[in-house]
Design a protein around this ligand. Structure first.
Ligand SMILES: O=C(O)CCC(=O)C(=O)O
Length: 234
């Protein structure tokens, strides 16, 4: 089990950045499986997306088996981070593939998930930016539930950014999960500005430009709180 407090970054409760959480060989193996996967990619606002573990419905997860090649990673993340609750495993993974210049709009993950997110970055970097929910977005939890999982909103003040380098983990919870929206700019080059709370841990300097380089793949690993039992008619 990692001592997560060692990896805490910035003042926003609560962000953790774990550099080099997997080895280059493990990264390569995951990329090979992802590339070979028969799972369909969906294109969403430019980026490509694979949904593993089932469909997140407005009242919970309609489960589907997770691929066997992912199981060791999921078990390890659960054990090393304790992010999903004692003895609990993640049951849902989104794989996002971004070309430089592609991003993800500010959004919150909403009340359907155990409120701790683990994001593993592969291949190339990007900066995840956290901005406060605007007052008029505070009611969006209900809207998120109605939509299925996530709700896009207008971001307020930028409060923290985390540079996610290849093979690193970003873990967030508390205010960062429930009081903020998170997103990635549609940028080919990231500005490592003063909001980047892990510049040092990521081996970067505030003020520098960080080219996104090439395709970045990320795995968003979460636990949907409620799971439908298979066979239930909706
Ligand atoms: O790619 C990332 O780091 C962010 C992904 C994300 O926010 C999501 O899958 O909801």
């Amino acid at each position: 089990m990692l001592d997560l407090e060692q990896y805490r970054v910035g003042d926003l409760p609560t962000l953790y950045y774990v550099p080099d959480a997997i080895t280059p060989a493990e990264e390569q193996s995951l990329l090979t499986h992802i590339t070979a996967s028969k799972q369909q990619w969906k294109t969403v606002s430019g980026r490509r997306l694979q949904n593993l573990g089932g469909i997140v419905h407005k009242k919970g997860l309609i489960p589907a088996p997770l691929p066997s090649w992912l199981q060791p990673l999921l078990g390890r993340l659960a054990q090393d981070t304790g992010a999903y609750g004692e003895g609990k495993q993640p049951n849902h993974v989104l794989i996002n593939a971004y070309q430089p210049g592609e991003g993800i709009l500010p959004h919150e993950d909403g009340p359907l998930y155990h409120p701790v997110v683990v994001i593993l970055s592969l291949q190339n970097p990007a900066v995840v930016r956290f901005a406060r929910k605007r007052r008029d977005e505070q009611q969006s939890d209900a809207a998120a539930a109605a939509e299925g999982a996530e709700s896009h909103g207008r971001a307020g003040q930028l409060v923290a950014s985390v540079a996610c380098m290849p093979r690193s983990l970003l873990i967030f919870k508390d205010e960062a999960y429930s009081g903020c929206l998170h997103g990635i700019l549609e940028a080919a080059v990231e500005d490592i500005d003063a909001s980047v709370v892990n510049a040092q841990q990521a081996g970067l300097q505030v003020g520098q430009a960080l080219p996104r380089g090439g395709e970045r793949i990320s795995l968003t690993v979460r636990r949907v709180l409620h799971t439908y039992s298979l066979g239930l008619r909706l």
